[in-house]
Design a protein around this ligand. Structure first.
Ligand code: MIC
Ligand code: SF4
Length: 642
């Protein structure tokens, strides 16, 4: 029987397990990436493993998130990251060099390889035919140390693309349509593999827009085959040597097949506050817009910025709209400067931002109160922009520009003929923003400013869990809800005691105080708990506050792994009615918890407030069980666990 592409790459990297969906497997990781907001912890954790040098083929540390330097914190982190990278054999992409996923696609991604990144949008590099997976920083630290990455073998779903996109319909509209059909939990436990005659119509950056937003489906990753388009892209990057052809066998089997006729698509837009609340742009025609942002790891390629410039050329941004444009990398920035596209963008009145995540993670450009912001980004969770009551919509750069020019949500097809874009055949390749590791690592001194606090370590699990339900939340809670980002909180990522004050801050500002007063407790959540970002701080900071148990209807993949990594027990309700029964403030008790977990995956708990008993599912592999008992992966690894 033929194999699909994901299975082929997994098989070639398999360390343990077999390729049956739902089974526990471990795979070898060829490359890793970190970014600054998750990277400081990842390198502290790598350091705690006691190794001298990374054992991967390639590890890169990017600085792209914490770029506003309103105080010393971010600059401290940059110095720490640069020196520790140099010491441990890691390449360092300096601030200004670009957004990790965009730069990795340009300079390092390679078909057939595996990539583990401490950022949920790591699957962007699936656009090159790479098996690229997002994970918590600790999993990436372990991979840097040569350890395999453990996961449940996903189901492989095939999305077959046919036909050709019509004028003003883009790769962003393809993934928005998929989100409309499948929802933010439609990809959980799955790898999305693209194929079909429509694939050749898409360039690598367009494919990367699609695989990037596969993260919003909750998918483990998304992948395209490599082909002549991949060759063309790697040749332009002067990396032709990295090309290998990877594709599915003709008779490959998939768990599910979904067909999309590209010719039938139209411009789409995701409404507040979820990337799957997708409707055709024309349906929202006439909605007043106050802010427009083009950029982010989803849509900041040379093509995206060139089309933005072409549409803006000779025109002015609507007087009451503020528009920002962010090139995804230094390479893109230089190329638009040389082609003149940058001058057209500046002349239109747009505000140019350095190559970084910027407004996507609330690092500046928070919209006005109650206003509408249209962004070419990938997430529009409440408050993520930095303004709690802002209404953020997600759309293609073309739809963004249409709004910037008219002041209202406008179907770009109303603007007349789509501009013809001819990209330069050659661009300048300049890797001066990527600093190789030191040849004399022993001489490198790691700089640790006061923002770098020591790593908090959990205690081993106790014999019984007794505590209060500190908070009860609903479905699709994101890690942005649990551990907000933005210009105020992100700079504290290297300082867990300080960042812990902000756990659930937007949902319930009293949460941290309550957790401290009660010396910890438990959290109850609904379906798809912990979707979105890979930030392990959403587990690490609750752990610091004494949270020992999270009970939900279901979990998102990366957050589930992060909870286990930091020794917080994840459990699900067996009887859905128990979710309705349990209330915030109730006392819950689980006796002989370790014994119960060892005996099987069902454990008994008692709500001491109303006397009701709940059966909970604790679905752990034997290794995860030991990690939880040890109080987290670091304790487990230090004690000799593999
Ligand atoms: C995000 O888009 O939410 C982030 C910020 O890139 C996160 C990582 C983080 O929180 O540092 C992600 O996607 O994993
Ligand atoms: Fe950065 Fe936004 Fe991409 Fe996250 S989604 S890596 S914050 S640009």
């Amino acid at each position: 029987m033929g194999m699909n592409l994901a299975e082929k790459i997994i098989k070639a990297h398999l360390v343990t397990g077999n390729l049956k969906a739902g089974e526990d497997i471990a795979i070898k990781i060829d490359q890793t990436l970190t970014q600054d907001a998750t990277g400081t912890m990842a390198y502290l954790q790598f350091e705690a493993l006691g190794l001298k040098k990374v054992k991967t083929e390639l590890s890169v540390s990017y600085v792209d998130h914490n770029m506003l330097q309103a105080s010393f914190e971010n600059a401290d982190d940059h110095a720490f990251l640069q020196t520790i990278a140099s010491k441990f054999g890691v390449y360092f992409s300096r601030p200004g060099n670009g957004i990790c996923h965009q730069v990795h696609l340009e300079r390092f991604g390679a078909p057939g390889k595996t990539l583990l990144g401490s950022d949920s949008h790591t699957p962007t590099n699936g656009g090159l035919g790479m098996l690229a997976i997002g994970a918590g920083g600790l999993d990436v630290a372990v991979a840097m140390g040569g350890g395999p990455f453990y996961l449940k073998m996903p189901e492989i779903v095939n999305i077959r693309l046919k036909g050709k996109l019509k004028s003003y319909v883009t790769a962003k509209d393809i993934i928005l349509e998929i989100l409309r059909r499948l929802s933010v939990k439609g990809g959980v436990g799955k790898i999305i593999e693209y194929s079909g005659s429509g694939v050749v119509e898409l360039t690598v950056p367009e494919r990367a827009t699609i695989t990037n937003m596969g993260a919003e489906l909750g998918a483990t990753t998304s992948i395209f085959p490599s082909d002549d388009r991949t060759k063309e892209y790697l040749r332009m990057q002067k990396r032709f040597k990295d090309f290998v052809k990877v594709q599915a066998d003709k008779d490959a089997k998939y768990a599910e097949v979904i067909e999309i006729d590209l010719a039938k698509l139209e411009p789409m837009i995701a409404q507040p506050h979820s990337p799957d609340k997708v409707v055709p742009v024309k349906q929202l025609k006439g909605t007043k817009v106050q802010q427009v942002c083009v950029g982010s790891c989803t849509n900041s390629s040379l093509y995206d910025l060139t089309v933005t410039a072409k549409m803006l050329k000779g025109k002015q941004i609507y007087p009451d709209v503020s528009m920002t444009v962010t090139p995804g990398s230094k390479q893109v920035f230089e190329a638009i400067a040389k082609s003149g596209a940058l001058a057209d963008i500046i002349a239109s009145g747009a505000r140019i931002i350095e190559s970084a995540c910027g407004p996507c993670i609330g690092m500046g450009q928070a919209p006005a109160s109650g206003s509408v912001s249209i962004r070419s980004f990938n997430r529009n969770f409440p408050g993520r922009s930095g303004t709690k009551d802002a209404n953020v919509y997600l759309a293609s750069p073309e739809t963004c520009v249409a709004a910037a020019l008219t002041g209202y949500i406008t179907d770009p097809r109303k603007l007349g003929k789509e501009p013809r874009i001819v990209l330069p055949k050659k661009i300048d390749i300049d890797d001066s923003g990527i600093i190789p590791p030191s040849k004399n690592p022993d001489k490198v001194e790691v700089i640790r400013g006061p923002n770098i606090a020591p790593l908090p370590i959990n205690t081993p699990m106790s014999e019984m869990l007794i505590g209060e339900i500190l908070l009860k939340v609903g479905d699709n809670i994101t890690t942005d809800h649990i551990m907000p980002a933005g210009a105020k909180v992100l700079p504290l990522r290297s300082n867990v005691p300080r960042i812990a004050e902000f756990v659930y801050y937007q949902v319930d500002p009293e949460f941290a105080k309550r957790a401290k007063e009660r010396s910890g407790g438990f959290i109850v959540g609904g379906d798809n708990y912990g979707q979105g970002s890979s930030r392990e701080h959403a587990a690490l900071a609750p752990m610091f506050l004494g949270v020992k148990l999270v009970i939900t209807k279901s979990f998102a993949r990366i957050h589930l792994a992060n909870l286990i990594n930091f020794g917080i027990l994840p459990a699900t309700f067996i009887n859905p009615a128990d979710y309705d029964d349990i209330k915030q403030g109730n006392q819950l008790e689980i006796l002989r918890v370790k014994e119960q977990i060892k005996a099987g995956d069902t454990i008994e708990s008692e709500n001491k407030t109303n006397g009701h008993k709940y059966l909970l599912r604790v679905n752990l592999t034997p290794r995860q069980r030991e990690i939880i008992f040890a109080g987290g992966l670091l304790n487990y690894t230090r004690a000799g666990g593999k």
